[in-house]
Ligand binder design. Structure first.
Ligand code: KIV
Length: 265
């Protein structure tokens, strides 16, 4: 039976850590869920790790629909989240709905939207019309040029306060889950404690409700620069299956991420 958002939300409430990895095709989808990964994110990171672009910005809705349909064919049990690419959700809630509906029709169980306050109306519009939305705060890679690089976000009291407030507003608008990327651990802990919906951390410390990594980073396939929070599970385990199983085990046991993969405020 397919894992649902309700199941993931219950896991978070019970302190059972949620495991998520990015995934872009059917073979990996089957392998990841067999290794115990509960949720698969068709991230627009595919623009970098599959397509070789310097950022996620060139990824199109067509790309996302294609890869979501591939993952949905391979995954029978995992909860599937499709990223909304740059330019497909910012224009208006109506435009976002039309585009998100295509990702859902391709097999996603939820869509992910980057951004805080400016996205509230769209999140409310989508969730009230049957499309579950995962928010994404902190380092939002589609805004890399606005942020001035891939940097830790929410450092300092004012920025931390703003992110906490935005997380609460996203939840009120209907977001059923929130990814926190490159956020100081104590801030991610406070945000997680303030919400009822799960937080999924990537470079956000061990106190989030679950963890996600880009598959090609943790398998050490991507040749580009690795962030501090990436752990090379392939080097440790030696096989893809073993690497993913080790990741699942460590997330569940709260031994990943360690302090060496985390940021201070
Ligand atoms: O695109 C992606 O893979 C993501 C994760 C890094 C959270 O958004």
């Amino acid at each position: 039976m397919r894992i649902t958002l309700n199941v993931l939300q219950k896991m978070a409430q019970e302190g059972n850590k949620i495991t998520m990895l990015t995934c872009y095709d059917a073979s990996f989808a089957a392998l990841l869920e067999a290794a115990g990964v509960e949720s698969l994110l068709i991230g627009d990171s595919l623009g970098m790790v599959l397509q070789g672009h310097e950022s996620t910005l060139p990824v199109t809705l067509r790309d996302m629909v294609y890869h979501t349909s591939c993952v949905a064919k391979g995954a029978k049990r995992a909860f599937i989240i499709g990223d909304m690419p740059f330019g497909t959700f910012q224009l208006s809630p109506q435009d976002a709905f039309r585009n998100a509906a295509e990702v859902m029709a391709a097999g996603a169980n939820m869509v992910k939207i980057e951004g805080g306050k400016p996205m509230l109306e769209t999140i409310e519009f989508l969730t009230r019309r049957g499309i579950p939305v995962c928010g994404h705060l902190g380092l939002t890679p589609q805004s890399v040029h606005q942020l001035g690089g891939y940097r830790v976000q929410g450092k300092g009291d004012a920025a931390a306060q703003l992110m906490l407030e935005e997380a609460k507003l996203l939840e009120q608008a209907g977001a059923g889950m929130i990814v926190l990327e490159a956020v100081p651990s104590l801030l991610a802990r406070d945000i997680t404690a303030a919400l009822r919906v799960p937080t999924i951390g990537i470079g956000a410390g061990v106190e989030c409700s679950g963890q996600v990594l880009v598959l090609h980073d943790m398998l050490d396939i991507y040749p580009g620069k690795k962030a501090k929070f990436v752990k090379n599970y392939m080097r440790l385990a030696g096989t893809i299956q073993g690497a993913v199983e080790m990741y699942v085990k460590e997330v569940k046991a709260r031994t990943y991420p360690g302090p060496e993969h985390s940021f201070s405020g």
